[in-house]
Ligand binder design. Structure first.
Ligand code: ATP
Length: 384
């Protein structure tokens, strides 16, 4: 959908901002350009909508060479979101969102309808916010308006230049979550610039790591960049804690789970004690295979049913969750294990710190050896 073919940019003062860059973004893909300040990320992005002209090389959007395109038409087909948004201060939020539809000559009623629809999509109640002015919104809300505005004419392509960097870390994290949800709905082709590797890893389907002079050091999935950095520069840029970052891009998988004893809520304590053997605890399931809680061996000596003695489960994770979420839940609840459920809330098994670590090692090894995680042969302390 977007293709850069040997693109370079040298500014008139001699600064080489981008050096022979080739890059492609597939339809519906979110590619993040990441790198230290001044490495040519913004220049790259601005060459796509021709705010900057390349010195050499070619850029295609949807198969057409942008250097031959009419810039007004080109830019209407490309949503653009920047840091601090740049909303018009004397126009209402509704009018700000509908700027491009207005330029495109949409009738007033349709513009209003579209603006309301988009405000709702980015999590701003149109009945409250549509008639407000930019200064009556928080920074995070203004960024949402910026995203709504970029989506107004339903462009297939979005360029986003540090859109969330002007807000505090908590709001930023919320905006990232909402943005991922939004993208899973709208599936735009997105080029996203940030200098923050955490943000890149969290948002990108693939990430392009740039070094000074606009050199592309690595272009791959977040897991590959973290698991096997292509150059010492990338290794340094992603940080010594890349293993921790890897947790956030590694999903929980069924083969990683442990299977502790399982008892049913309506089992008697005698049956439960027999099922538990020497284990100190068991998972308790309800009749439908859902998670009902857990039970400690100490309470299985008396009479009665498991359900009367089971403890409530405070937390669990789904198969869509990352190992980071699983680990964070374990830490939050000071738990030695966490249950994993499928999409229908059926219990699948548990993750422990040891299995979580093994899962992470397997994922890193799989990435560096380019084999499926299931084929990785991990050496553990038991092999000694
Ligand atoms: N109009 C310009 N004229 C001359 N040099 C420029 C111009 N715009 C950018 N540069 C230089 O080109 C290089 C790349 O700049 P660019 O803004 O693309 O980097 P960036 O990676 O987006 O940086 P940041 O993260 O700080 O925004 C820098 O050295 C910058 O000083």
């Amino acid at each position: 959908m977007i293709r850069l073919d040997g693109v370079s940019k040298q500014y008139p003062d001699g600064t080489v901002a981008v050096h022979e860059l080739s890059l492609d973004v597939a339809q519906g893909e979110l590619v993040v350009l990441v790198g230290p300040s001044g490495c040519g990320k913004t220049t790259t992005m601005k060459m796509v909508n021709r705010l900057v002209e390349p010195s050499s090389g070619r850029i295609f959007v949807d198969g057409a060479d942008v250097t031959h395109a009419d810039t007004v038409k080109l830019r209407r087909g490309i949503g653009y979101v920047i840091q601090n948004v740049g909303l018009f201060p004397h126009r209402s939020i509704q009018e700000n969102v509908a700027v491009v539809p207005e330029l495109s000559g949409w009738p007033r009623a349709r513009r209003k309808e579209r603006a309301h629809e988009l405000l709702a999509l980015v999590g701003l109640d149109p009945d409250i916010y549509a008639r407000r002015y930019p200064h009556e919104l928080s920074g995070g809300q203004r960024q949402r308006v910026g995203v709504a505005r970029a989506l107004a004419a339903d462009p297939p392509v979005l360029l986003m230049d540090e859109p969330f960097s002007a807000v505090d870390p908590v709001v930023r994290s919320q905006l990232q979550d909402e943005f991922l949800r939004l993208q899973s709905d709208v599936r735009k082709t997105i080029l996203f610039v940030t200098h923050d590797i955490e943000e890149a890893v969290r948002l990108g389907d693939r990430i392009a790591v740039f070094a000074q002079g606009g050199r592309l050091e690595q272009f791959d999935t977040p897991a590959a960049v973290l698991g096997s950095p292509a150059t010492p520069f990338v290794a340094d840029f992603v940080g010594f804690d890349r293993g921790l970052k890897q947790l956030s891009v590694t999903p929980v998988t069924v083969s990683d789970l442990e299977q502790p004893p399982v008892v049913r809520a309506d089992d008697s304590l005698t049956v439960a004690a027999a099922a538990m053997g020497t284990s100190r605890w068991a998972v308790v399931l309800d009749a439908g295979g859902g998670l009902a809680g857990w039970i400690s061996r100490e309470v299985t000596t008396g009479d009665g049913a498991v359900r009367d003695h089971a403890r409530r489960m405070e937390a669990w994770v789904g198969l869509d969750d990352s190992l980071k979420v699983a680990f964070a839940e374990m830490l939050q609840w000071n738990a030695g294990w966490i249950a994993v459920l499928d999409a229908e809330d059926r219990y699948l098994g548990v993750l422990t710190p040891a299995t979580l670590h093994a899962a992470l090692r397997r994922s890193v090894e799989a990435e560096s050896q380019a084999i499926p995680p299931s084929e990785v042969d991990l050496i553990t302390v038991n092999d000694a």
